[in-house]
Design a protein around this ligand. Structure first.
Ligand SMILES: [Zn+2]
Length: 193
């Protein structure tokens, strides 16, 4: 391949430079020619073993249930200590009912908390991931076609490298390489799904 700037043929592919399978000139950092980063699949992201923090629903159930049960219990105790006749018979149903209901609410709050799970990747995340995957594939194809002039140094794409109708690119600075790969991938595969 002929360098569009110096006209010499002392070139290698980006992969050869990155993997150091060719002798590199002094000062050429192969990491600048790293391949595009692969997207992380949300399905493979480890779910933490710990439980998520207590949710708002559980907290409300705890507070309301606790208050209800507490007031019911207090009224029952005060009533039995006082020995007042008004707390006998049917009057006890009120505080007792509150105590039982309150305990039920606390229990359901507890089970609501127990059944909480960290959110797993849904269809939207999977869709975004598939899109990112497609972008990654295109960028990798562009990366595979990149030529490096080891004398200048810089990167270029030969005529028709990505698509038959694509003209040769000028020499690009190594620092601009990742942006160039992304732009070329968008242009070369525009409209592709
Ligand atoms: Zn050159």
């Amino acid at each position: 391949m002929t360098c569009p700037k110096c006209g010499r043929e002392h070139t290698a592919t980006a992969r050869q430079v990155y993997e150091r399978t060719v002798a590199l000139p002094l000062g050429l950092n192969p990491m600048l020619l790293a391949p595009p980063p692969a997207p992380v699949d949300p399905a493979t992201v480890a779910v933490p073993a710990s439980r998520p923090p207590t949710g708002r629903k559980s907290i409300v159930l705890f507070v309301v249930g606790g208050l209800m049960a507490g007031s019911g219990l207090l009224e029952l105790l005060v009533g039995s200590v006082a020995g007042d006749q008004t707390y006998q018979g049917g009057w006890e149903a009120g505080p007792l009912l509150r105590l039982v209901l309150g305990l039920c609410l606390v229990a359901s709050g507890y089970w609501n908390h127990r059944s909480r799970r960290w959110p797993v990747a849904g269809p939207v995340e999977q869709h975004v991931h598939l899109h990112n995957r497609a972008v990654y594939t295109r960028r990798t194809q562009v990366w595979e076609h990149a030529q490096v002039c080891l004398d200048c140094p810089g990167v270029f794409f030969a005529a028709g490298a990505l698509r038959p109708d694509f003209p040769a690119s000028p020499l690009i600075e190594l620092g601009q390489f990742p942006v160039m790969v992304a732009t070329m991938a968008d242009r070369a595969y525009a409209g592709a799904r």
